[in-house]
Design a protein around this ligand. Structure first.
Ligand SMILES: Nc1ncnc2c1ncn2[C@@H]1O[C@H](COP(=O)(O)OP(=O)(O)OP(=O)(O)O)[C@@H](O)[C@H]1O
Length: 497
């Protein structure tokens, strides 16, 4: 189930909206969902519903609402054990996976983003978290009093996430892309001086010096008129720096280390932590012959734990054949493979250690994303509840948390690729093989998928081998690349930790 509080209060099961009843009943549900797996007393529900003068029948009314909610949820979940309201004395608890509630998913993704050192990954995560908002929390059920008690912290968390996201965008040199958004934000939140500072900086970097100074003046007048305050020192210092054309205000001119003069240049994410020395994939003299021609001809390389290794090359270079040998689908003509120390000849063991996203992976359109992943978890021997729990978690991790209940036939290509990546992770693999994960996507879809690959590799210490036609976007997220040409390694392995 998918519970939504960031906007109207809603519950969804597989694209069907559950009827949570009239406004006050949905409000009771929202209070329980804000505190999942915690007891909420009837008195607290009464206080929040009737802050001044509760009717004499208030407690009874709450009991009736909760019991109707319990029935609505039980009907919606079709007997599956994934959400339930229980009673303990004179208190209620919504027993549920918190990640099925958008508020808690939002907080979890923001926490993950804060730990991320790479700004482009940070921005992707924060934008994903912010996209869960469809309006003020509890928009259609909370009175202003209740909203003030229950939702102020949430709104503050949203604005803080937005500020952090825009700071990261500015560090990435994307001032032109965010200047309109900042203009709107300053109009909506005239007293948040961090937005003001971000707008001034973005305008300045866009060459709009007069507009940047006008923005400062407008902020100063508004603060003085409405709050009798002076601008914070960050704003006045920024104004001074703009007036002096301080070089420190310039955006990042070069984001990546300069390209090398090698025929196959690479540049990469800068890692702050070195890669582990542990070898996850070891390939020696790997070769495959079809008839008289060699699809892969004597390649050797290693990939370390947590590495994102790009296998790049033109059409017919041997990329897919290499990945298919690693996944034990194709038997090598010559050479040796080992995955996490297990020799490639032990097919069954290898298959438990790897996850695969094949080229043009097909998906059953009639299933929902959640059903599809749960089914694959079951194929790897997980009990039903664990398979489902893992499916929910993976959907959240690949940015499909809100679409798990939708049929795959309705997914875009980018969503299917995300689902394919989630499927490749379902058995908790040590190594994931991705055959052209970004092909067929538009440039921003490619960037999103590749960033996701890198994020997952770093977050989970998984080794990723991905094939692609040479492209800067791919190289950027790799910790190392191999260039294949006509079955041979055209350049040695380049490590860029
Ligand atoms: N089953 C097969 N039988 C015969 N030849 C094959 C077979 N599979 C691949 N080949 C040949 O092996 C070579 C390498 O193919 P492979 O699919 O590995 O290349 P690739 O680098 O993945 O190409 P693409 O970018 O087009 O996916 C090609 O010349 C291809 O025609």
């Amino acid at each position: 189930m998918d519970f939504r509080l960031l906007g109207a209060v809603e519950a969804w099961e597989q694209r069907l909206q559950l009827d949570l009843g009239p406004r006050k009943q949905r409000f009771a549900f929202a209070v329980l969902a804000l505190h999942p797996n915690q007891l909420v007393s009837v008195e607290r529900l009464v206080d929040l519903t009737w802050p001044s003068q509760p009717p004499r029948t208030a407690q009874h009314a709450i009991h009736v609402r909760v019991s109707r909610l319990r029935r609505a949820i039980a009907d919606g979940r079709g007997g599956q054990d994934d959400a339930n309201i229980i009673t303990r004395g004179s208190a209620y608890m919504l027993k549920v996976n918190p990640l099925s509630i958008d508020v808690h998913r939002f907080r979890a993704v923001v926490t993950g983003a804060r730990q991320e050192i790479d700004d482009s990954v940070k921005v992707s995560l924060l934008r994903h978290a912010l996209s869960m908002w469809h309006g003020p929390p509890l928009a259609d059920v909370a009175t202003p009093d209740a909203a003030a008690v229950l939702c102020q912290g949430l709104e503050a968390a949203r604005l803080a996430a937005l500020e952090e996201c825009l700071d990261a965008e500015l560090r990435l040199g994307r001032h032109a892309a965010v200047v309109d958004e900042l203009t709107d934000l300053v109009a909506q939140h005239p007293h948040r001086q961090r937005f003001q500072a971000q707008l001034m900086l973005a305008l300045y970097r866009c060459g709009r010096v007069t507009d940047a100074l006008d923005a400062y003046r407008a902020a100063r007048i508004r603060l003085a008129d409405e709050q009798a305050l002076e601008p914070e020192s960050r704003l006045s210092e920024l104004q001074h720096a703009i007036l002096c054309a301080d070089p420190a205000l310039e955006g990042p001119l070069v984001r990546h280390p300069p390209r090398t003069q090698l025929p196959h240049e690479i540049w990469s994410f800068a890692r702050t932590d070195p890669l582990s020395d542990e070898v996850a994939v070891d390939v020696r003299d790997l070769s495959k012959r079809y008839g008289t021609s060699w699809a892969v001809d004597g390649i050797s390389f290693t990939a370390r734990k947590g590495e994102v290794l790009g296998l790049l090359g033109p059409y017919g270079a041997g990329k897919t054949t290499t990945l298919r040998m690693l996944s034990t689908v194709v038997t090598p003509t010559r050479g040796e493979i080992s995955v996490a120390g297990v020799p490639g000849t032990r097919h069954n063991e290898i298959r438990k250690l790897i996850g695969v996203l094949p080229q043009n992976a097909g998906h059953p359109g009639h299933q929902t994303g959640l059903e599809f992943l749960t089914y694959h978890g079951r194929l790897f021997g997980l009990p039903r509840s664990e398979a489902r729990e893992r499916a929910v978690r993976l959907l959240g991790q690949v940015g499909l948390g809100n679409c798990g209940g939708a049929r795959i036939a309705t997914y875009s290509r980018g969503m299917r690729q995300r689902l394919g990546i989630a499927r490749a992770l379902v058995n908790d693999p040590a190594v994931v093989l991705l055959d052209e994960p970004a092909t067929g996507l538009d440039p921003s879809g490619q960037r999103d998928i590749l960033t996701l690959v890198r994020t997952i590799a770093e977050a989970r210490g998984i080794t990723m081998l991905l094939s692609a036609h040479a492209a800067p976007e791919v190289e950027r997220i790799c910790t190392g690349v191999l260039i294949l040409e006509r079955g041979k390694l055209a350049s040695g392995q380049v490590m860029t930790t």
